[in-house]
Ligand binder design. Structure first.
Ligand code: MG
Length: 162
C-alpha cells in the first residue's frame, strides 16, 4: 500500500498510594504519592506503548510485557518504550508524532513537561517537536479528582518506511 499510515490510541490508569516514587512521562515527579504497579507505573509511557502496538494491530502492552513476568518487575518503563519502538521498526514503520494527555489532580505537571518530552523523544530517537504532552485535572471529579489514581491517553501516527 502506498503512503501507508496507521493511527493508534492507548489508555492507562494506575492507583496512587502514599510514599511511593512517582514516575510519569519518563521522569521522576516530586510528590507525596506514587503509582502501585508491577513496573514503575508510568501511565504516560504505558498509554504510549499501547497506542504504538494498537497502530500495528499486534496486541497490547500486557501481551508483550506481561505483569506476571519477573522480567518486568519494577522495570523502568522507558525500557518497555524502547522495546515497543523496536517493534515499530521491525514492522517497517516509523513514528510520525505522538500526542499524550495526562489526567491528574496534583501536583502541577507543567514544569515537568519539557523534561518529559525530551525523555520520550530521546528513547524514541525522534525530535521533541513530534512528541506532545498535555496535562489536565478532572476538576476534582472521579478517581483522578479524588487523587486515587492517575490516567493517560495517547494517540500516535505511524508511517511506513524509515
Ligand atoms: Mg500500566
Amino acid at each position: 500500500m502506498k503512503n501507508d499510515i496507521r493511527i493508534g490510541n492507548g489508555y492507562d490508569v494506575h492507583v496512587l498510594a502514599e510514599g511511593l516514587p512517582f514516575y510519569l512521562g519518563g521522569v521522576k515527579v516530586e510528590h507525596t504519592k506514587g503509582c502501585i504497579a508491577h513496573s514503575d507505573g508510568d501511565v504516560a509511557i504505558h498509554a504510549l506503548c499501547d497506542a504504538m502496538l494498537g497502530a500495528l494491530a499486534i496486541g497490547d502492552i500486557g501481551k508483550h510485557f506481561p505483569d506476571t513476568s519477573d522480567e518486568f518487575k519494577g522495570i523502568d518503563s522507558k525500557i518497555l518504550l524502547a522495546r515497543t519502538c523496536a517493534l515499530v521498526r521491525q514492522c517497517g514503520y516509523t513514528l510520525v508524532n505522538a500526542d499524550i494527555t495526562l489526567l491528574l489532580q496534583r501536583p502541577k505537571i507543567a514544569p515537568y513537561i519539557p523534561q518529559m518530552r525530551e525523555a520520550l523523544a530521546g528513547v524514541l530517537g525522534t525530535d521533541t517537536g513530534r512528541i506532545s504532552i498535555k496535562a489536565t485535572t478532572t476538576e476534582k471529579l472521579g478517581f483522578v479528582g479524588r487523587e486515587e489514581g492517575v490516567a493517560a491517553y495517547a494517540v500516535v501516527l505511524l508511517a511506513a518506511g524509515e
